[in-house]
Design a protein around this ligand. Sequence first.
Ligand SMILES: N[C@@H](CCC(=O)N[C@@H](CS)C(=O)NCC(=O)O)C(=O)O
Length: 235
Amino acid sequence: MSRPPIRLYAFAFSPYAQKVAALLDFKGIAYEPVFVHPTRKTEIAFSRRKLVPIIDDAGEFVEDSTEIALYLEASYPDPPTLPDDRAARAEVLRLERWADDVFYGRFWVPLFWGVPANRERAMKSFLDTTAMTPFERFFLPRVGGIMMRDMIAQAQADLFRLPAALDDLETRLASGPFLGEQAQASIADLAVFAALSVVTDMNFEGAERVRERRALLDWMERVRPLTSSGTRLYG
Ligand SMILES: N[C@@H](CCC(=O)N[C@@H](CS)C(=O)NCC(=O)O)C(=O)O
């Protein structure tokens, strides 16, 4: 009997969820996104941490994008997203952690939450993807900005870091063809590509900051045919 599609609990514009979707698409694994209500989170009531992404693979629940990536690698090894060589594997995992802990914080967060037009689209994505009461539809976009005001203020203050984050990425790609000087694309490439491709392919404000960098575009064109485009979770 064939397995049911994996359920991917997500927010449309969570970079971690985008990473998992890009990995699933790279591996050719069928999945269906389940969009989670931003405050009620009833869809993931079973979870203690209540953070997305979470996958449900025929009753096997895995939380945290890195844990999910490792689970997918163990359960669906072909095509691989991690090199066999131990040192190369460690380097690729280090770069994936850098994407999660540094790059997303210096690129994704300022761009999405620090730029008003992008913030509006990110907020609206919750209205588009989850069932909301008329009361929530009216209040969430208004109250959301107030509830998130500290995060938004920090994102605005961090916008100046964006060019340095892209410089850093370009430096790491200089000895390419893929991150960590790998001959094949890995979990690290997919983590970064997932975020950049949303920005470029969905024309978020600031997309030109990525597009104006030749080396980044060349690398994106190497990764692009291996996985889905930036509209993967939000066509
Ligand atoms: N380390 C986790 C981070 C997950 C995470 O922070 N998810 C955010 C969305 S980008 C979330 O669910 N936030 C909900 C909340 O904080 O209430 C991973 O890699 O999956």
